[in-house]
Design a protein around this ligand. Structure first.
Ligand SMILES: Cc1cc2nc3c(=O)[nH]c(=O)nc-3n(C[C@H](O)[C@H](O)[C@H](O)COP(=O)(O)OP(=O)(O)OC[C@H]3O[C@@H](n4cnc5c(N)ncnc54)[C@H](O)[C@@H]3O)c2cc1C
Length: 587
């Protein structure tokens, strides 16, 4: 077994080119094989055996060279063996197979709760993250909507009641459907799916529950799992996996953590009428987000009845004789919780994966270190998604998986592009953001103009609820480029995202564009989504020149005319007045 430690190779294009010259493996899948795959899907075991045989035959016939060109030829079972069928692994495997590679992916057996031995095709996003969470958000939003409806004339004899078990049963049925769809996606692409726990044995061999598979490239896409810090009584705490699958509604819940997962669950339980307390170590929620957005969302959530305990660090959980839980912090004790949930971060699933023995380097948190092409310190082993702890979001894992497939099997070295990745927090109200925060923009550019709007949305005028919306544009004073765009308020996630799709639509298909736009216009009235605008480097003048969609909250982004403040901190601005600085910047 190779135990040599490699230094992370910097994979320049020429290096890759020579790699491909030596090992080009992109032989298109023979037609017979595709039809075979169709014929035998989805009866997996039979398909698997036959597919395996065919693949071996094909691979043995195409392998001719060795890694350094001097050793005898080496034959592999697969071109790519992927460990973990979550967002990144499925995307990389499917794309690689479409590019003609022979691919296998192994995944743990299905469960709604993840562990060393359970997981499921689809991964965190589909089974324990984005999807179930969003379904719970939908469920929880009704209570606010019922409250809003009174001002619009709705009267009910009795208050609507929520049936928890219906929600959980329907949610779980949907997860089963989705995991099935993901299996079909792999099957239809001709990817062999192997159920079991993968472990790396050497740079080209993976052990799945005692069976060995060899591959020219190994991809690690095992994601991460929630992490509960060890404090006395931590065995009574639940994590986000369990919180998505509770047998009954929590009556009173403590949520520890101020990140996006904590806020989303606070909104979910609050909307489903639990009493919710959020405990955060810092003064504000959502570290890393724009400061004004952090303040705004905290205030709005508090108005909906969520109690924030700031600068409180949990020290112990105590279980009383009646089963209720008390949370002790550095500031005191709060009693009477039915549940204490920790949303204090996630850890990469890199334990017992054979990485140390094979020489794959990890950082101190156990995340795999990769270069810009997702290559680890072992040249034949690659890693994408949360296990690399770059930006832990599904679309990023998808991008990394897709880029890797192109790099390896399409002779097109592709680096994932992390510029202006938009993100959302499905808190209530939700947040959408893209680009830099005000603090980052000042650091990077020095001179910026900040436009903000804090207003009562039209709906709140009749609902009578204290809901507000906050929007913010950060503009480079020198170039007039929009550097950051942030929103907290109803539909903000959709508003920020739609523009991302819009760019593709405009670029690729005018006809689709019209259909797409009118659909979104109907559903959300939010055609001023702006992620692409920011990524494409559009200027404030472009925003100003765009006609708004009326009446929407989103139109505010194209009607902000006067900066709320101008910040001048670049060395050239020193000593100049605001007006001078402005004219020097040509604004
Ligand atoms: C509560 C929650 C909400 C979230 N909401 C959002 C959101 O709204 N938007 C967003 O973009 N992102 C969201 N995320 C993050 C998103 O889910 C992840 O970024 C994404 O799933 C990462 O994909 P991945 O492929 O890296 O890993 P995963 O999807 O975690 O997939 C890894 C897979 O590997 C399997 N595995 C692990 N070890 C082994 C092994 N040894 N052998 C075989 N298989 C193994 C696991 O079972 C799992 O299926 C959320 C996450 C959580 C927890």
């Amino acid at each position: 077994m190779a135990t040599t430690s490699f230094t992370a190779p910097k994979l320049s294009s020429p290096t890759l080119q020579s790699l491909y010259r030596n090992f080009h493996v992109s032989v298109p899948l023979p037609k017979s094989l595709s039809s075979f795959s169709r014929r035998f899907s989805p009866s997996f075991p039979r398909f698997h055996q036959q597919y395996h045989r065919l693949q071996r035959r094909r691979l043995f016939s195409v392998r001719a060279e060795s890694e350094n060109g001097s050793e005898p030829p080496r034959h592999y079972d697969f071109d790519l063996f992927t460990i973990g069928a979550g967002s990144g692994g499925v995307r990389a495997s499917r794309f690689a197979a479409n590019f003609g590679a022979s691919v296998a992916v192994c995944e743990l057996p299905f469960s709604t709760i993840s562990s060393e031995t359970t997981g499921g095709v689809g991964g965190t996003c589909v089974l324990r993250g984005c999807v179930p969470k969003k379904l719970m958000v939908y469920a929880s939003k009704y209570s606010h909507e019922f409250d809003e409806s009174h001002g619009f004339g709705w009267k009910y004899e009795t208050e609507p009641k929520h049936d928890w078990s219906t929600l959980i049963a329907n949610k779980n049925a949907e997860l089963q459907r989705l995991t099935g769809i993901y299996k079909n996606i792999l099957n239809n692409a001709g990817v062999a799916l192997i159920e079991g726990r993968g472990k790396i044995v050497d740079p080209h061999t993976v052990d799945v529950d005692g069976k060995l598979y060899t591959a020219r490239h190994i991809l690690i896409s095992v994601g991460g799992r929630p992490f509960i810090p060890e404090i006395p009584g931590s065995e009574y705490a639940i994590d986000s996996d369990a919180a998505l699958d509770l047998p009954s509604k929590p009556e009173k819940v403590a949520i520890v953590g101020g990140g996006y997962i904590a806020l989303e669950f606070a909104g979910i339980f609050n909307g489903l009428t639990s009493e919710v307390h959020v405990f955060i170590r810092q003064k504000k929620v959502l570290r890393g987000f724009d400061e004004e957005v952090r303040d705004f969302v905290g205030e709005q959530m508090a108005l909906r009845g969520i109690e924030f305990h700031t600068e409180e660090t949990p020290q112990a959980i105590v279980k009383a004789a009646d089963g209720s839980l008390s949370l002790k912090t550095n500031r005191g004790t709060v009693d009477g919780f039915s549940h204490v949930m920790f949303a204090t971060g996630r850890r990469p699933n890199t334990k017992n994966l054979g990485l140390e023995s094979v020489g794959v380097k990890m950082n101190k948190n156990g995340a795999i270190e990769v270069d810009e092409y997702s290559r680890t310190s072992v040249p034949s082993i690659w890693a994408v998604g949360d296990v690399t702890d770059r930006i832990n979001l599904t679309p990023v894992a998808l991008m990394e998986g897709g880029a890797l497939a192109k790099t390896l099997f399409q002779n097109e070295p592709t680096k994932p592009d992390y510029r202006a990745v938009p993100s959302a927090v499905f808190s209530q109200p939700p947040i959408g953001q893209v680009g830099l925060t005000e603090e980052q923009a000042i650091k990077e550019y020095g001179d910026i103009d900040v436009y903000t709007a804090n207003f009562r949305p039209l709906k709140a005028t009749l609902s009578g609820l204290p809901d507000r919306a906050f929007m913010k544009l950060i503009v480079c004073a020198k170039t007039n480029k929009v550097l950051g765009l942030h929103m907290c308020g109803e539909d903000s996630a959709e508003i920020v995202q739609v523009e991302a799709s819009l760019k593709l639509v405009i670029t690729y298909s005018m006809r689709f564009s019209i259909k797409f736009c009118s659909w979104f216009s109907d559903v959300y009235g939010s055609l001023q989504g702006f992620a692409v605008a920011v990524k494409a480097g559009l200027t404030k003048a472009d925003f100003d020149a765009t006609v708004g969609v009326h009446p929407t909250s989103a139109e505010e982004f194209v009607t902000m005319r006067t900066p709320t403040r101008k910040i001048r901190q670049s060395p050239e601005s020193e000593g100049k007045t605001d007006v001078e600085a402005k004219s020097a910047a040509g604004v």
